[in-house]
Design a protein around this ligand. Structure first.
Ligand code: OSB
Ligand code: MG
Length: 373
């Protein structure tokens, strides 16, 4: 049983090593909301909200997540006894629309608290079976095809098992072609973050020539119907990211044939209960899934690594090691990747598997708010 007696919010500022540009915006410095959760028996854990600085991925931002947490989530969670972590998601959904990233931060933290109290790793508590997970890198839009080719070469030399190229109209065909010509056999994919419409179908069909593993979310962030029409015109599998906000939306994707692969981000779908339901649905229907990323600190990364240890995560995730993002992470040990592109799943200790460096977090903190039962 888990019963929260303290919920502490923090905002930290963590500068990225290099700007990350996608079709809908650019990020230089992460503003991250962290939660510290304490249970009635004294167990403590940390979790991370993946909402960004601007509403260019979903409608949420760190500031909406902060308000929604303090004004609505705390009162639903504080002092309430939960017998199973699966009970948290329905409790947060009742007469409470949207705000999946804010809800997921506490829901996933509850899974970690159950793991702590039951003395198992978060991965084990979720039902994960992999000892290590295959890792891909997501490369932001570069200034030229040549610059992108250079970045891809470095990533492949580091051992990454998948390279995702961010694209947008005008920085797409020439960029992907240059990379494919330089690396004929590399496992490549593209992610458009909603930058196209059906009017671009013939342009997107040009990407079929480059043997991409998939093209992620070419059309609108909440679309399923048009993606189905586009998928009928493409040989390359469509992978949905933004459009899959719940297990029901994943069911709709299957019904409509809007795509053939799903990128699961637990924050986008409201947490681990929904992530597991989508995973199970996809396993039953032979749809590959992989774990997406949201430029998380080492805390959020722990949750992604644990999720990606589930058996159905058969493609490399956007779960790069700490050094890809930060000069110094907020956890010890930092997340590392082997020369063959694998990240180890920590199962030798209870909970999230890394130590949160509270001194470092204190240095980075710009805002706090705490609630006690
Ligand atoms: O579309 O997958 C995306 C980062 C921010 C917002 C959206 C996306 C991404 C990434 C980053 O691709 C992946 C990572 O965390 O390394
Ligand atoms: Mg994406």
């Amino acid at each position: 049983m888990v019963q929260l007696v303290r919920i502490s919010l923090r905002e930290i500022h963590l500068p990225l090593k290099e700007p990350f540009r996608i079709s809908s915006g650019v990020c230089l410095d992460r503003r991250i909301m962290l939660l510290e959760l304490e249970d009635a028996d004294g167990a403590v854990t940390w979790s991370e909200c993946v909402a960004g600085e601007a509403p260019n991925y979903t409608s949420e931002t760190i500031d909406t997540a902060w308000i929604v947490t303090t004004d609505y989530i705390v009162e639903r969670m504080m002092g309430v006894s939960f017998n199973e972590p699966d009970e948290v998601h329905p409790a947060l959904e009742l007469n409470f629309r949207g705000h999946h990233m804010a809800k997921a931060a506490i829901e996933m933290g509850m899974w970690a608290l159950f793991a702590e109290k039951e003395q198992v790793s978060l991965a084990q508590r979720l039902g994960g079976t992999r000892a290590e997970i295959a890792t891909g890198i997501s490369l932001g839009i570069q200034d030229s095809p040549a610059a992108l080719v250079e970045r891809v070469g470095k990533a492949l030399a580091q051992g990454y098992r998948k390279v995702k190229l961010k694209i947008e109209p005008g920085r797409d065909i020439d960029y992907v072609r240059a990379v494919r010509e330089a690396f004929p056999d590399a496992p490549l994919m593209a992610d458009a973050n909603n930058a196209y419409t059906l009017a671009d179908t013939s342009r997107l069909a040009l990407l079929d020539a480059f043997n991409l593993m998939m093209i992620e979310q070419p059309l609108s962030h909440d679309d399923l119907v048009r993606h189905a029409e586009l998928q009928r015109a493409l040989r390359t599998p469509i992978c949905l990211d933004e459009s899959i906000t719940s297990v029901e939306r994943a069911e709709d994707m299957l019904t409509l044939k809007s795509g053939r692969i799903i990128n699961i981000k637990p924050g986008r779908v409201g947490g681990f209960q929904q992530s597991r339901a989508i995973h199970d649905l996809c396993v039953r229907n032979e749809i590959p899934v992989w774990c997406g990323g949201m430029l998380e600190s080492g805390i959020g990364r722990a949750y992604n690594v644990a999720l990606a240890s589930l058996a159905g995560f058969t493609k490399p995730g956007d779960v790069s090691p700490s050094a890809r993002y930060w000069a110094q992470d907020v956890v010890t040990p930092e997340w590392t990747m082997s020369a063959t592109g694998m990240v180890r799943v920590p199962t030798d200790r209870p909970g999230i598997g890394v130590t949160v460096n509270v001194d470092r977090i204190d240095d980075l903190t710009v805002r706090t708010e705490a609630f006690v039962a």
